[in-house]
Design a protein around this ligand. Structure first.
Ligand SMILES: NC(=O)C1=CN([C@@H]2O[C@H](COP(=O)(O)OP(=O)(O)OC[C@H]3O[C@@H](n4cnc5c(N)ncnc54)[C@H](OP(=O)(O)O)[C@@H]3O)[C@@H](O)[C@H]2O)C=CC1
Ligand SMILES: C/C=C/C(C)=O
Length: 324
C-alpha cells in the first residue's frame, strides 16, 4: 500500500489565494489491479488556469486540478512499463493509481539533455497554446508584425520565439527589466517594460510604427495600433483572475469595425488531435536550438500552494514548476 499526499481546496478563493485556502491530506491508495499503474509525481505544473477553473470546475474539498510528469513505479498495463514517464492530469497528488486511459506518454526518444519538466512547458500545454494561437487563430505569415504581452511567461516566451522562426517581427511587453533582458536574449526584436513606460501608446508606436498584424494575449490596449485586417488571439486574462469586482471596458467596437479586425478566444484543447505532431515540431525546434525555455522551479511537493501563489504574483520569468 502506498500513502499519497494530496493538496485539496479547503475553501474557494476569494480574491488572491491564501495558504489557508489549501489543505494537505494523506490517502492510502489501493493496490493497482490488472490494466492499472501506480504513478509517482516527478514535476508538477503550476498554471494560471488553476485559479479560474477552481471556481467553475471544483467544489470545496476536491484535490486541486493540474498536470504532472509522473514516473510509472508499478505496472499491470503493458502500454506503460515500470520506469516510463507520462503526463497525467491527476491533480496535485504525489502518487496515483489509474488505468492508462487518461495518460499521455512523454514523447518517445525524449533527448537526455532536455529536462523532462519541459513536458509541462515549451514541449507541453503552454508550448501547444503558443503554436495554435499563432498558426490556427492568428494565421500568422512571414513578414508580419506581432505583439505579445505577458511575453516572458510560459506561453508568451514561446509565442515570440515561434514567430521569429516564422520570419516575423516580434514586439514583446513585460513587467520587469529582468524579463525585458530575457526576451532580448531570446531574440525578440523590440521589448519594453509596460510598467515603467511613460506612455504605453508611444512605446507601442515606437516599437512598430506601421502597426501590428497580430496580437497575442489579453487586454485591449493595442486596438488603436492594429493594422487593417489584424488578428487578435485572446489566450488568457490573467490580470483579472483574482478580481473581486468585474472590470468594465474599454469598448473596442470602433476599432474592430473600421479596421476590420478579427478577435478570437481559444483553448489549446481545441486542437487535441494535432498534439502529438505539434509536440514533435516543438521538440525539433528545441533540439535545433531555436526554442528556449526558462523555468522557475520550486522544490518540494509541500510547497505547491506557495509556488501557485508566487506564480499568480506575476514575478516569475518562464514556466513555473514544482520538483518533488
Ligand atoms: N487559452 C488557453 O488554452 C491557455 C491560456 N493560457 C493563458 O495564457 C496566459 C499566460 O499563461 P502562462 O504563460 O502560462 O502564465 P505565466 O504565469 O507563465 O506568466 C504570466 C505573466 O502574466 C503577467 N501578468 C499580468 N498581470 C498579471 C497578474 N495580475 N497576475 C499574474 N501575472 C500577471 C506577468 O508578466 P508581466 O510581469 O510581464 O506582466 C506574468 O509573468 C494566462 O492568462 C493563461 O490563463 C495559458 C495556457 C493555455
Ligand atoms: C487551458 C488553459 C486555459 C487558460 C485560460 O489558462
Amino acid at each position: 500500500m502506498v500513502v499519497s499526499k494530496a493538496w485539496t481546496l479547503r475553501q474557494h478563493f476569494q480574491g488572491f489565494p491564501k495558504a489557508s485556502d489549501f489543505h494537505l491530506r494523506e490517502e492510502t491508495l489501493p493496490q493497482p489491479k490488472n490494466g492499472q499503474v501506480l504513478l509517482e509525481a516527478v514535476f508538477l505544473s503550476v498554471d494560471p488556469y488553476m485559479r479560474p477553473y477552481s471556481q467553475t470546475m471544483m467544489k470545496e474539498g476536491d484535490v486541486m486540478i493540474g498536470s504532472q510528469v509522473a514516473k510509472v513505479i508499478q505496472s499491470y498495463n503493458p502500454s506503460f512499463p515500470v520506469g516510463c514517464h507520462v503526463v497525467s492530469d491527476c491533480g496535485w497528488r504525489s502518487h496515483w493509481v489509474c488505468d492508462g486511459a487518461e495518460l499521455t506518454p512523454v514523447l518517445p526518444d525524449w533527448p537526455q539533455d532536455i529536462p523532462l519538466s519541459l513536458a509541462l512547458g515549451a514541449i507541453g500545454m503552454p508550448g501547444l497554446t503558443a503554436l495554435y494561437g499563432l498558426e490556427e487563430v492568428c494565421e500568422i505569415k512571414k513578414g508580419e508584425t506581432l505583439l505579445v504581452n505577458a511575453a516572458a511567461g510560459a506561453v508568451g516566451s514561446v509565442v515570440g520565439q515561434i514567430a521569429k522562426i516564422k520570419g516575423c517581427r516580434v514586439v514583446g511587453c513585460a513587467g520587469t527589466d529582468t524579463k525585458v533582458s530575457y526576451l532580448k536574449e531570446l531574440g525578440f526584436d523590440q521589448v519594453f517594460n509596460y510598467k515603467t513606460a511613460t506612455s504605453l501608446e508611444e512605446s507601442l508606436r515606437e516599437a512598430a510604427p506601421h502597426g501590428y498584424d497580430c496580437y497575442f494575449e489579453n487586454t485591449c490596449m493595442l486596438m488603436p495600433q492594429m493594422r487593417e485586417y489584424g488578428r487578435i488571439a485572446v489566450c488568457g486574462s490573467i490580470s483579472m483572475y483574482n478580481d473581486t469586482t468585474p472590470q468594465t471596458g474599454p469598448y473596442v467596437h470602433t476599432h474592430m469595425i473600421f479596421k476590420q479586425l478579427r478577435m478570437e478566444g481559444f483553448l489549446c484543447a481545441r486542437w487535441k488531435h494535432k498534439h502529438q505532431q505539434s509536440l514533435r515540431r516543438l521538440m525539433a525546434w528545441m533540439t535545433e536550438g531555436k526554442l528556449r525555455c526558462n523555468e522557475h522551479i520550486t522544490i518540494g511537493f509541500n510547497n505547491m500552494p506557495a509556488a501557485f501563489m508566487g506564480m499568480l504574483q506575476g514575478d516569475n520569468t518562464g514556466k513555473a514548476v514544482v520538483k518533488v
